[in-house]
Design a protein. Structure first.
Ligand code: SF4
Ligand SMILES: [Zn+2]
Length: 123
C-alpha cells in the first residue's frame, strides 16, 4: 500500500487511478518499457512531467536515477491525457484545491470574518 500524492489516502501500489480523488497515476511500474537513466549528478524526477504535475507514486521519487515512466517535461505530451482523463467538474476542482491548500483556505476564511466584523462594527 502507498499513498495518493494528491489526496494522501492509501491506494494499491499498482493502482492506475486513485479510487478516492480520481487522480490518474502514471508511475506504477511497467515491465518491458525503456529504462530511462539520469546523467551525472541529476535526478530524473527533476525534469519529469509526473513530478511536476504531482501524479507520480513511485517510491524512488524524487530521487530516481532510473525510471521506466520518465516523461521529459520539456517535450510535448504524447499521452492522450485529454482523451481519458475525466473532466473535473468546477466545484470538484474547487474542493480539491481547498483540500490541497487548507492553510490558505483558513486564512481566507479568517480575512472574510474579520472584514465582516469590521463592516458590522461601523454600523
Ligand atoms: S522520473 Fe520516474 S520516479 Fe521520478 S517523477 Fe518521473 S515517473 Fe516518478
Ligand atoms: Zn487520491
Amino acid at each position: 500500500m502507498q499513498n495518493c500524492p494528491r489526496c494522501h489516502q492509501s491506494i494499491h501500489r499498482e493502482a492506475l487511478t486513485c479510487p478516492h480523488c480520481g487522480t490518474i497515476l502514471k508511475a506504477y511500474g511497467h515491465p518491458g518499457i525503456t529504462l530511462h537513466r539520469a546523467t551525472g549528478d541529476t535526478f530524473l524526477c527533476e525534469s519529469c512531467t509526473y513530478h511536476a504535475d504531482d501524479s507520480c507514486t513511485f517510491p524512488k521519487r524524487p530521487h530516481a536515477k532510473e525510471c521506466t515512466l520518465y516523461q521529459d517535461v520539456s517535450q510535448p505530451q504524447l499521452e492522450a491525457n485529454s482523451i481519458y482523463a475525466p473532466r473535473r467538474h468546477f466545484l470538484e476542482s474547487v474542493k480539491l484545491w481547498c483540500q490541497r491548500h487548507p492553510a490558505l483556505v483558513g486564512l481566507l476564511a479568517l480575512i472574510a470574518v474579520s472584514l465582516l466584523l469590521t463592516l458590522m462594527a461601523q454600523k
